[in-house]
Design a binder for this molecule. Structure first.
Ligand SMILES: *[C@@H]1O[C@H](CO)[C@@H](O)[C@H](O)[C@H]1NC(C)=O
Ligand SMILES: *[C@@H]1O[C@H](CO)[C@@H](O)[C@H](O)[C@H]1NC(C)=O
Length: 305
């Protein structure tokens, strides 16, 4: 009996208030914008969206709010058929981000407001039935709890003989989140974070990350998207690959390109059974196609074959 297995994306979902201005506003002035909208954001939440658009089955796991303002997010998750049955709920107001896009300079300025919104705990996660999942994807945050969640997935795999793959999106606070790498199969690491650590190439970054995993046991594969240069990937056996990016004539909207890369990688690996370098190549394609349009729906034009 072959049953289609799902991906579980663990992290947060927030409301983004996006304001598009001709130029960045001067402080203490009163002016109109060119356009604006609000939408569901948050890294794991965006990865869920792109996975659905590509045709994967996906559930989201994160703290949901019962507040009225959050209903539009729940509605969007439902419309896209992203499962939320495992999510705990709170009465607290949802976190939000204010995003200002300045068209002349092409800049994006983002202000996060999460007001100590509660994060999901190990206790919440321990109630999840893992058997429908073939893959669990995490955002690097909430380190002690996420570490226990990862460990329990490893235990579940050992107990049942059904291996659940684990991926991690690591974009902030390497020191604090480093211990999350070891239990993973795949770690995607950002160029910005590499720059902060003084690592200058995707190869150096992947190799440093691998060298920092303690012990001699199996290591995760490390993937490092490197902007217009493409992406580097180091497999568990220490073989390094570099995959060129796909150039685009027109750049329309870069928000969520990293999340699109992540979803493309998961989809190609899980649904397409692609090799590491093939999956990274597909992830490059998805990310570069993403920036040619607003939002994510146009990504549906891409397929694995
Ligand atoms: C998530 O996607 C939305 C919609 O494209 C975007 O506005 C937002 O910046 C993305 N959030 C993150 C954290 O990437
Ligand atoms: C979410 O994605 C954005 C854009 O790629 C990144 O700047 C941010 O650090 C990410 N957040 C987390 C918690 O990883």
């Amino acid at each position: 009996m072959s049953q289609v297995k799902s991906v579980l994306c663990v992290g947060c979902t927030v409301i983004d208030f996006v304001t598009i201005c001709g130029s960045y506003p001067k402080e203490d002035t009163d002016r109109r914008c060119l356009d604006g909208f609000w939408q569901r954001g948050g890294n794991a939440s965006n990865v869920s969206t792109v996975l659905r658009v590509l045709g994967s089955r996906v559930d989201f796991f994160g703290m949901l709010s019962r507040s009225d303002a959050f209903r539009v997010l729940l509605e969007d998750l439902r419309r896209r058929e992203i499962g939320t049955k495992n999510c705990p709920q709170t009465d607290r107001d949802p976190p939000f981000s204010s995003v200002i896009l300045a068209q002349d300079a092409g800049t994006r300025t983002i202000i996060h407001c999460n007001k100590d919104y509660p994060q999901t705990t190990w206790d919440d996660f321990s109630k999840v039935d893992l058997s429908p999942y073939a893959w669990v994807h995490f955002e690097a945050r909430n380190t002690p709890h996420v570490l226990k969640m990862m460990q329990s997935i490893r235990d579940h795999s050992e107990r049942t003989g059904q291996r659940i793959l684990i991926s991690l999106d690591l974009e902030t606070r390497y020191e604090q989140n480093q211990e999350l790498c070891a239990p993973c199969d795949y770690v995607v690491f950002s160029k910005e974070l590499a720059a902060q650590l003084g690592w200058q190439t995707p190869r150096q970054t992947c190799e440093q990350l691998a060298a920092n995993i303690p012990g001699s046991g199996p290591k995760p594969a490390f993937i490092c998207p490197w902007g217009s240069a493409g992406a580097g990937a180091l497999d568990a056996n220490g073989n390094y690959h570099e995959l060129a990016s796909y150039k685009q004539e027109k750049v329309v909207d870069t928000l969520g390109a990293g999340d699109s890369f992540m979803a493309g990688f998961i989809h190609a690996t899980l649904e397409g059974q692609r090799s590491l370098s093939n999956a990274v190549d597909f992830a490059n394609r998805v990310a570069s196609h993403k920036i040619t349009g607003f939002g994510y729906d146009h990504i549906a034009q891409l397929s694995l074959s």
